[in-house]
Design a protein around this ligand. Structure first.
Ligand code: ASP
Length: 436
């Protein structure tokens, strides 16, 4: 059995954290492939190595002096090396990066060095082989991850190595230059490596003991989620719950490999399991709650709109032509509501409204801004009666007016729209109804 273990920036922020990571790896022989991020913040006032590297690039690309942030980068790595008592020297690698910054600065290449250098330290500390991600992870012409090229190369390479460190976040572009994923992309690398070696588990080690049922900025010490399906996670992530890069679930999801989110600072906690399917019931009827503010409802009324089969299409087109994604479409007999993100709508609102009036000749169009959407997600909801009643009773008891309701046919979630100013109170009321 093989496990791929990915460690985030805060798990590798200094020598002390590296020691914890090594203990975790050595505690289980099946943890054979390690994907490190770049060193993150040691304290909240600290700067991530990746941010320092972007700063170096910004200065270098304008022909300005990048000495200060570059020195800070070097100092951080040297401190880790010394703290671990390693004989390793990165001076050649530093010189190479400096030289490139001076003569032909490249943004992605510069940023990727955070993971590259950390991978070198990690490999030296663990005695594991170092596999440069630029030799096994490829991007296509459009700059997207190229699975058809990467998986065969990566699988073949991993077969030759019993234990290896593969730095996260980057690979090689079609043009032969280093490319990175978007920020937080080491999560994606971990997932790709897990798939390539057909790992039994992809362990993603971070600084929290898994996913929480609600945002801790709203709910004090929310309960942890033991297990969640990929689909539930998508619903919550879309509404703002975050623990991992969103794209990291796709490589492992289609290969049926579970993800286990774990805490480097509290390795005894079992964390959260993210799985395709599970017979495990969640402890509560709902798995989690997440929400976002600043949506806008456009309420279109027209008698007998249902006798016009092209009505919805025409309305949708008004948004499509302005490149505005539709979030929800709750409907009535003679009203259709379109819920969109305010940020996407505002700039184009006059054009959208003008088109709606022209194409479908409605009796009225109303725009209601300042709507917050709350997704109450749970795979157990469909087998239990009274879930919706409980949500709406809780909101009614808190005297919160519900502006919109949407329940998908999958019965995986119930979306409730409330006014922005009621958002936090609404989340608390729902959470308390199910958990407290
Ligand atoms: N170091 C990169 C970042 O800060 C990638 C990662 O940590 O996953 O975004």
């Amino acid at each position: 059995m093989k496990k791929v273990v990915k460690f985030g920036g805060s798990s590798l922020a200094d020598a002390g954290q590296f020691r914890k990571v090594a203990d975790i790896i050595h505690a289980d022989d099946s943890r054979v492939y390690v994907v490190p991020s770049a060193p993150g913040k040691r304290t909240s006032a600290d700067t991530k190595i990746t941010d320092l590297l972007y700063e170096c690039y910004e200065l270098a690309s304008k022909g300005q002096n990048f000495y200060e942030p570059f020195l800070a980068v070097k100092d951080r790595y040297n401190e880790i090396i010394q703290g671990l008592g390693l004989g390793l020297s990165l001076s050649e690698a530093f010189d190479e990066i400096e030289d490139k910054l001076q003569h032909s600065p490249e943004r992605d290449y510069t940023a990727s060095r955070g993971e590259y250098l950390n991978g070198l330290i990690m490999s030296s500390y663990l005695g594991y082989e170092f596999i440069d991600a630029a030799e096994v992870i490829f991007f296509d012409e459009a700059g997207n991850f190229d699975g058809s090229k990467s998986y065969p190369a990566l699988s073949a390479r991993l077969e030759q190595s019993d234990n290896a460190v593969i730095p996260g976040f980057y690979g090689l572009g079609n043009d032969g230059k280093v490319r990175t994923f978007s920020r937080g992309g080491s999560d994606i690398t971990g997932s790709i490596v897990a798939r390539a070696c057909r790992a039994a588990v992809y362990e993603n080690w971070t600084d929290v003991s898994g996913l929480l049922m609600a945002d801790p900025r709203i709910i004090t010490s929310p309960a942890r989620i033991d297990s969640i399906t990929y689909r539930e996670l998508r619903e919550l992530a879309y509404m703002g719950a975050s623990v991992m890069h969103e794209d990291a679930i796709f490589p492992v999801k289609s290969a049926g490999i579970p993800i286990n989110i774990r805490n480097t600072n509290s390795p005894q906690d079992s964390g959260t399991w993210i799985v395709e399917n599970t017979a495990r019931r969640s402890q509560y009827t709902i798995t989690g709650i997440a929400g976002r503010k600043d949506f806008c409802s456009i309420i279109i009324a027209k008698d007998l709109m249902h006798s016009q089969p092209d009505f919805y299409r025409k309305v949708a087109q008004c948004f499509e032509e302005n490149n505005i994604p539709l979030e929800h479409l709750p409907s009535g007999i003679d009203t259709m509501t379109v819920v969109v993100k305010e940020s996407a709508f505002i700039e184009h609102e006059q054009d959208v409204l003008r088109r709606i009036v022209k194409f479908v000749e409605p009796e009225s169009v109303e725009v209601e801004p300042g709507i917050a959407l709350i997704a109450v997600v749970g795979r157990s909801m469909k087998s239990q009666t009274g879930t919706a009643a409980k949500i709406f009773q809780a909101l009614a008891d808190a005297r919160i007016n519900v502006r919109m309701i949407d329940q998908g046919a999958s019965e995986l979630n119930i979306i409730v729209g409330v006014l922005n100013e009621d958002f936090e109170r609404a989340v608390k009321a729902i959470y308390n109804a199910f958990v407290a």
